[in-house]
Design a protein around this ligand. Structure first.
Ligand SMILES: Cc1cc2nc3c(=O)[nH]c(=O)nc-3n(C[C@H](O)[C@H](O)[C@H](O)COP(=O)(O)OP(=O)(O)OC[C@H]3O[C@@H](n4cnc5c(N)ncnc54)[C@H](O)[C@@H]3O)c2cc1C
Length: 499
């Protein structure tokens, strides 16, 4: 018996067979993510139900020197959730309790497997919310969001996970599977070096997060929504900047370019909803009080019209916005891109979502630059994202089996990342580094005079995880890796068989 099969047997005998699955029909499901990457099928997928069980798994994996891949819902878009070597996937699916909720103290403690959408349903009943709401909130888990440092549609106003995590309960990859409870149930809390923040965004490479203490905030009293369609993308971008200049801090400021709107409109119409969608879409939601709602909405609509919108749809409340389908197009953005790309290029085409951010004052330069690059490399571009915080998601589809096209796509993404850094931005706003952004991270740090940070990160990793068993090869590339290895990510890790 090999040490890994002995490990699987030990896990089965301690946890019970209903918590450990080694059937390939199941393990293969945990070797892929929507970025299109497919990793190596793990030996087993384990479903712990308590922190003690996670500690046991981590301790045993440490002894057997077997890689562990910590898994929320696997919705990562950066390659962070796919196993690159054989090992064990630990799914937090069954750790989905809300341990404590205090509106007086302003926190909720939730286990790693709680989905953000479900968390917000519970909080809404108390008049509260957890404001980080990735477009994937119906599936994204607390553990996954903490570890990717996720952002979302309300990012311009409320920031990202980094701003909302007060503490974590985490298991360290050492011989005891030590359980560490970091941070406080307080907004003000100093505990020396900020290890809580270090774990936020660490992509399952430092510790297994079993629960998190999250700040909560009251639901806005009232929200008004406008969906404005523009002929010229430049006008839309300028309108988003003008909103900031006027001191408005929208709860939501999202955009989709015309090809994205067209693709999403087909999908939304097919499911029976939608507006007369034509042109580029700017979606704005503003918080307000009930009495001022009508006036605020009217002045917003008039500002959007003056900025060049040819049609503006409004809703006096979030409920009305949902009923009128104002948010449906934005939600359909990613799935409609995949559907359209597969229709055009065949099932198996890789639809890659870039994730740069630039200062809002540089958005126009970024949008122009990205469109020029797409046309230079000959790709049909779809562009959208969280324009309120400068976070753009250029999307192109390519066939990973066509080496020429894949190389062109890689060059396009590299140039987009370089453009972002040149404009004072970053290569990854919210999806994380994973595999696909490792070389981008290196480039950004070198350009910003911080190349040494990579060495520090490698050292931090070895302090937390001396045997390198947690999600190996993510974030910091092995020193020998170069651009082609990053490029190899699409092919070498089995994309061609992924769909
Ligand atoms: C349609 C679509 C829309 C999206 N929109 C957004 C968006 O608006 N904003 C955004 O930020 N992201 C977005 N994403 C990306 C993704 O959904 C988020 O990054 C999300 O936070 C990942 O959560 P998850 O539970 O799926 O984590 P997974 O994908 O399972 O894991 C992500 C990373 O976290 C680690 N991890 C997971 N659980 C744990 C744990 N308990 N302990 C330690 N490490 C752990 C994994 O090892 C991996 O490195 C989108 C994805 C899709 C497919």
């Amino acid at each position: 018996m090999t040490s890994s099969s002995m490990l699987v047997e030990r896990l089965k005998s301690r946890l019970g067979p209903h918590k450990v699955y080694s059937d390939e029909a199941i393990t293969l499901l945990y070797a892929r993510e929507p970025s299109g990457l497919r990793g190596v099928a793990p030996y087993a997928v384990v479903f712990p139900e308590s922190t003690e069980e996670v500690s046991f798994i981590v301790r045993e994996a440490y002894r057997a020197e077997t890689p562990l891949y910590l898994h929320g819902s696997g919705s990562s878009l950066s390659g962070s959730a796919v196993p690159l070597e054989e090992g064990i996937v630990v799914s937090f699916e069954r750790m989905s309790s809300i341990r404590e909720l205090s509106v007086v103290d302003g926190f909720v403690e939730a286990e790693a497997g709680v989905r953000l959408g479900e968390l917000n349903d519970v909080l809404a009943a108390k008049g509260y919310m957890f404001p980080v709401d990735p477009a994937s909130a119906s599936v994204a888990t607390v553990g996954g969001a903490v570890n990717t440092g996720a952002g979302g549609l309300r990012g311009a106003k409320y920031g990202t996970m980094r701003d909302w995590v007060l503490g974590v309960e985490a298991v360290l990859p050492d011989e005891h599977g030590t359980v560490l409870r970091l941070g406080c149930r307080l907004v003000k809390c100093r505990q020396g070096y900020d290890l809580t923040r270090l774990i936020v965004g660490s992509e399952g490479t430092l510790a297994a997060v079993t629960a998190a203490v999250l700040r909560i905030t009251p639901l806005p009293e009232h929200v008004v929504v406008a969906a404005a369609f523009y002929e010229r993308l430049e006008d839309l971008v300028e309108a988003s900047v003008e909103l900031r200049e006027r001191g408005l801090q929208p709860l939501m400021l999202e955009f989709m370019d015309e090809p994205s709107v067209r693709a999403a409109a087909v999908m939304v119409k097919a499911s029976g909803g939608g507006l007369e969608a034509r042109g580029h879409l700017l979606l704005v939601a503003l918080e307000t009080c009930r009495e001022a709602a009508a006036e605020r909405l009217e002045s917003l609509a008039s500002m959007l019209k003056t900025s060049g919108a040819h049609s503006v749809y409004t809703a006096i409340s979030m409920k009305e916005a949902e009923e009128r389908g104002l948010l449906a197009l934005r939600r359909a953005m990613y799935p409609s891109h995949v559907k359209l790309s597969w229709e055009r290029k065949g099932v198996g085409a890789l639809v890659y979502v870039e994730d740069i951010a630039v200062p809002p004052s540089k958005l126009l330069d970024a949008v122009r630059g990205i469109r020029q690059l797409a046309s230079h490399y000959g790709f049909d571009l779809m562009l959208g994202g969280h324009i309120g915080d400068g976070n753009l998601h250029p999307i192109v589809a390519f066939n990973p089996r066509d080496r020429g096209e894949a190389e062109r796509a890689l060059s396009f993404f590299e140039d987009v990342m370089r453009l972002a850094v040149k404009l004072g931005g970053t290569v990854s706003a919210e999806h994380g580094i994973g595999v696909l952004k490792r070389e981008g991270l290196r480039m950004e740090l070198e350009e910003k005079g911080a190349a040494k940070a990579l060495e520090l990160m490698a050292k931090i990793k070895s302090v937390f995880d001396p045997k390198n068993i947690l999600n190996p090869h993510k974030i910091v590339a092995p020193s020998s890796a170069g651009r082609r290895e990053w490029g190899g990510g699409f092919g070498a890790w089995g994309v061609e068989g992924a769909h």
